[in-house]
Design a protein around this ligand. Structure first.
Ligand code: AFD
Ligand code: MN
Ligand code: MN
Length: 394
């Protein structure tokens, strides 16, 4: 492929690439062993919108920010007007709405799968309110992470919990407006360590099918057992028209929420290749980041995340899929592999820089962030609030 064709292909791919940022990625969070406070971290929803807006201005690829209901909209639907005003002010729209059915004390033995009908009802009410919030802020996706499970064999009925989970997700689906989707996330481990009620893509798929046609599966790249072939899961969900979206991050051991491609960039490339190989079915798949940076500077890590995703997207876009199909059909293994990984090895950065300049964006968003003094100013404004903060999710 000549340089002009490459440039055209990459430009087209990047024009269509958008990735959603997590509001929680801008606030001080940490691990279960504590957290290292950052003086520039966001301490309010407005600051999260400001930070997300700055990342979008620098990268041109992050126009929406995912919101976490309890942390970002503590007053529920009543906070919707304030959210819309912040979106207007900072040029970044509310993205997926993330209910929180995992941190209240009542959820110790589960939320929608809790043996107590009263607690299940409370969790369902929260999910239904999250649908209302999505409607109020014009968000299309309710992204449900149901952390329920158990930590010791024999202590819970796995099948009763399946029934309770199906019942709740069915009711949430019934509350969706025609333009909304319910994204069912899965995670095999943590916070429970024997079974998780939505533990893998098969369970999430079964729940989505049972709930209804507006339910889809959400693939969090950190939510798999070691060695799982995530791009094969992606290919299956695309084949079935059931891939709702991604939570991108990277991991070495568990759900480590490291920056995308920091451990295994080739896996990201392989996932992107599956998406680009089925553009029709991939239309509408939500690309979202789900990372919280305990060590890296939050703004720097978020800009790095978007920049990295763009560059790998550009490489995956360059795979000559027609030529690859011919080699695959002939089982010309090495030629197929060399064609495939040749795009992965290609340094997309020069052409991506050209795309940024052609779109009026900084050629090097990370350098532009550093030069802007944005983080230093945020530290000046927010330092005192962060110094004394505990878990400053809100
Ligand atoms: C945690 C969970 C899950 C969820 C996210 C936001 O593991 O990935 O999507 O929090 O609620 O990372
Ligand atoms: Mn996630
Ligand atoms: Mn996670």
């Amino acid at each position: 492929m000549n340089n002009e064709a490459q440039r055209e292909r990459v430009f087209k791919a990047l024009d269509g690439f958008r990735i959603e940022l997590p509001s929680w990625g801008f606030a001080n969070t940490g691990t279960r062993f504590g957290k290292f406070l950052q003086t520039a971290a966001a301490t309010s929803l407005e600051e999260k919108f400001a930070d997300a807006g700055q990342v979008n201005r620098l990268t041109g690829a992050a126009p929406t920010v995912a919101l976490h209901v309890l942390w970002d909209l503590p007053n529920g639907v009543k906070d919707a007007p304030a959210v819309k005003a912040l979106a207007e002010k900072y040029g970044v729209r509310p993205g997926s709405i993330n209910p929180n059915i995992f941190q209240d004390q009542e959820y110790k033995y589960g939320s929608i799968a809790n043996p107590s009908a009263e607690i299940r009802a409370k969790a369902l009410a929260h999910l239904l309110e999250s649908v209302e919030i999505a409607t109020a802020v014009n968000s299309a996706d309710i992204s449900i992470w149901d952390a329920d499970g158990s930590s010791y064999p024999g202590t819970q009925s796995i099948r009763r919990r399946i029934e309770w989970t199906e019942e709740a997700l069915g009711k949430v689906h019934a509350a969706l407006s025609p333009a909304q989707r319910m994204l069912v996330e899965y995670k095999p481990f943590e916070p429970f360590f024997y079974h998780t009620d939505i533990g893998d893509w098969g369970m999430a798929l079964a729940y989505a099918y049972k709930a209804g046609p507006q339910a889809k599966v959400l693939v969090d790249t950190g939510h798999h057992y070691q060695g799982q072939n995530i791009e094969q899961i992606v290919a299956w969900l695309l084949h079935l028209g059931m891939l709702g979206g991604f939570h991108f991050n990277d991991r070495r051991y568990a759900d480590d929420d490291l920056t995308i491609a920091s451990i295994d960039p080739y896996q990201v490339f392989r996932i992107f290749h599956e998406i680009l190989s089925d553009a029709e079915r991939a239309a509408g798949v939500a690309f979202m980041v789900d990372q919280s940076h305990n060590l890296k500077g939050k703004m720097e890590a978020m800009v790095q995340t978007v920049v990295t995703a763009q560059e790998i997207w550009a490489r995956a876009a360059l795979v000559d899929r027609e030529a690859l199909a011919v080699l695959q059909n002939k089982c010309d293994l090495v030629s197929a592999e060399e064609l495939f990984r040749g795009s992965f090895f290609w340094d997309a950065r020069p052409v991506v820089r050209e795309w940024r300049e052609a779109r009026g964006l900084p050629a090097d968003p990370l350098a532009a962030l550093k030069a802007s003094g944005y983080v230093e100013e945020a530290a000046r404004q927010r330092g005192a609030r962060n110094a004394g903060s505990g878990a400053s999710y809100a």
